[in-house]
Design a protein around this ligand. Structure first.
Ligand code: ADP
Ligand code: MG
Length: 620
């Protein structure tokens, strides 16, 4: 349980609840163990009443019957002068016996009621504690997610990361709550029962308890099988739901390619697999109770047989047999639950191992300082090489350039030439493999990371909008933004006129529950999101690819004003977007091959010229 030790800090944090929980477990089990004592007393009392009634029938005038010891114990709390015997004659016999039996029954009921109260508080403390810890742990995991860098997210699949915070945390909670509670309860109950039983009769105790260890082993075995099978069911289940989810979100493609029947068959196949796996689980599940019943039966039979002999020998009273049988039943669930609890702990251990490994992952990209700084906006790449560690692809190869503050730069190149990588490096989503990226003459690594990102208005190549209002999406990078600012940014990104035509205007919801924007509209919302920050550097990564050239020209004209005192970098694969830039950099296969104004580059007769000609032909 090495990994689960990580959680001890939380047990300590909630030690008050934990301790109270333990107290309630002890109290609850005290009453649990006491209830069968009443039953024993009842039976012994009945036995003595029967022999007394025989004496009465034989002609005795009056007989003395001992009151049940447990009732006497309870009564002595209230008064010290309580006669231990009742004297009975023929007339009073039946009603007096019934009266005492009723008292016993009431006492029994009260004990169960009190036990119930403690059971309630036991769950209210321990299970509630586990929910608090779950909450803390979820926050801890999520906070860590926010700290980790882009490279980490490249290495892990979203599904795995989602599981960490939901499935894994939940499994750990099962350990914190039920597993801890049942284990404590079982230990306390077993100790109490065994002590009480041993004090009554050692030999009988050993006979009674002898089948229970076998039950524990058998149940552990059965639950291991059940666990394995239920894992398989779960894997199949998630396969099935992934499939359903994909065919539902892709329903337009499915229908237009007429693949309905194909998917019906696929679903049937996977669903049948699921059913079969489930049936195997059900079979193992079905074996669970019979194993318990069999061994409990054995234990009961031994108790009755050995107990009866002892009663005959006068070693114990008949009530003890019943008391022991009650204890067997009490102990059944704790013993049976050992297997279950063990598997809970094993699962939690594996989950916590994953969580720990994740929490130990340090972000590779960290800010060297916490102090905000002012950014002017000069940029320099000094012999920058970037190699993607996972694929080994060298996206940038020894690239150097300088951009002055306020300059407007166009970057052009074919897809895959490394343009987006330049943007990622400038934002310090990655650190260069070799060389240095400088802003204001200082290496990015020496800057305050968040000041850099705050001062770059970045429009990524792939737009990502959140499922909330348009206003919320535009104001995304701001802690607060008033309506006029949002509107202003939208106007500058040339999307305002579209937005006011939506029924709820700026409050229109996007995404699953809202409307879908066209590709060009999305890009413009994304541009507005960058502009509202009023950054020192504008960085547009192919963000006008989904609008036609005319709209593009319109947006660019509107942005021209915006770009005047800002450093701006417009990345594109389309010449029309960058034609009017102060300087244009032509990137090919990770290298800077040409640089200059539009006219200069055309006169060079190089890659730029050939791109230009191809695009002219395409436009015609
Ligand atoms: P561009 O933006 O010019 O189309 P990119 O900068 O996106 O080009 O990509 C440059 C090269 O790096 C390409 O060969 C691409 O396949 C590779 N690449 C981009 N992103 C990754 C990544 N996350 N992992 C591995 N290789 C990548
Ligand atoms: Mg790109």
């Amino acid at each position: 349980m090495k990994n689960l030790q990580y959680l001890n800090k939380y047990f300590w944090k909630y030690r008050g609840r934990f301790f109270m929980g333990f107290l309630f477990i002890v109290l609850g089990n005290l009453f649990n163990v006491y209830a069968p004592v009443l039953v024993r007393d009842g039976i012994d009392f009945l036995a003595s009443a029967i022999s007394a009634s025989e004496k009465l029938n034989a002609g005795n005038e009056a007989v003395e019957v001992a009151k049940p010891a447990s009732l006497m114990a309870i009564a002595s709390w209230f008064s010290s002068t309580f006669p231990g015997f009742i004297s009975l004659n023929k007339n009073s016999f039946a009603s007096s016996i019934a009266h005492i039996a009723l008292l016993l029954a009431v006492a029994y009921f009260v004990i169960y009621a009190i036990k119930g109260v403690f059971l309630f508080y036991q769950r209210q403390t321990i299970i509630v504690m586990s929910r608090y810890i779950e909450y803390d742990l979820k926050n801890e995991v999520y906070d860590h997610y926010q700290k980790l860098d882009a490279a980490f997210y490249k290495r892990h699949r979203t599904g795995d990361l989602m599981n960490r915070i939901s499935e894994d945390v939940n499994r750990v909670r099962m350990y914190l709550g039920p597993a801890v509670m049942y284990t404590l309860s079982m230990i306390v109950l077993v100790i109490m029962c065994v002590v009480v039983m041993l004090r009554i009769d050692v030999e009988l105790t050993l006979y009674t308890l002898s089948p229970l260890p076998f039950m524990m082993v058998a149940i552990f075995y059965v639950s291991t099988i059940m666990n394995r099978r239920s894992e398989r069911v779960q894997t199949q289940q998630s396969k099935l739901s992934t499939m359903v989810q994909e065919t539902i979100s892709g329903v337009r493609v499915v229908k237009s390619f007429h693949r309905e029947e194909h998917f019906e068959k696929e679903f049937d196949k996977e669903s049948a697999l699921y059913k079969n796996k489930l049936l195997r689980l059900v079979r193992a599940d079905a074996a669970f109770m019979p194993v318990i019943v069999l061994l409990v039966g054995l234990s009961t039979a031994l108790t009755v047989y050995v107990g009866a002999n002892k009663v005959m020998a006068g070693e114990i009273s008949a009530g003890v047999i019943v008391q022991f049988v009650f204890y067997v039943n009490l102990l059944t669930w704790p013993f049976a639950s050992v297997g279950w609890v063990t598997s809970l702990v094993q699962k939690a251990e594996a989950s916590q191992e994953r969580i720990n490994a994740f929490l130990k992952t340090e972000p590779e990209i960290q800010s060297i300082t916490e102090e905000e700084e002012k950014i002017e906006g000069t940029i320099e790449f000094k012999n920058v090489t970037y190699k993607f560690p996972e694929s080994g692809i060298t996206a940038l190869n020894n690239i150097s350039f300088k951009i002055k503050q306020g300059e407007k730069i166009g970057i052009i190149g074919r897809t895959g030439s490394g343009k987006s990588t330049i943007a990622s490096l400038l934002l310090r989503l990655y650190d260069p493999s070799e060389g240095a990226v400088m802003i204001d003459g200082k290496n990015l690594k020496q800057h305050h990371l968040y000041s850099i990102r705050k001062n770059i208005g970045y429009v990524p190549q792939e737009v990502f909008l959140f499922s909330e209002s348009i206003a919320g999406n535009i104001a995304f990078g701001m802690d607060h933004a008033d309506e006029s600012k949002i509107k202003d940014a939208a106007q500058r990104a040339d999307i305002h006129n579209n937005i006011i035509n939506f029924p709820q205007q700026y409050n229109t919801l996007l995404g699953e529950r809202g409307i879908n924007l066209s590709g060009g509209q999305k890009q413009r919302v994304s541009i507005a999101r960058a502009l509202i920050k009023n950054p020192r550097i504008l960085l547009f990564d192919d963000c006008l690819s989904a609008v036609d050239t005319q709209t593009e020209a319109h947006i660019l004209a509107a942005l021209n004003e915006e770009m005047k005192e800002k450093t701006s970098i417009i990345i594109s694969h389309r010449i029309s977007s960058i034609k009017s830039a102060d300087r244009i950099m032509v990137i090919d296969k990770g290298a800077l091959v040409e640089i200059g104004t539009h006219d200069e580059l055309l006169s060079k007769n190089g890659l730029y010229k050939s791109l230009w000609e191809k695009q002219l032909v395409a436009e015609d």
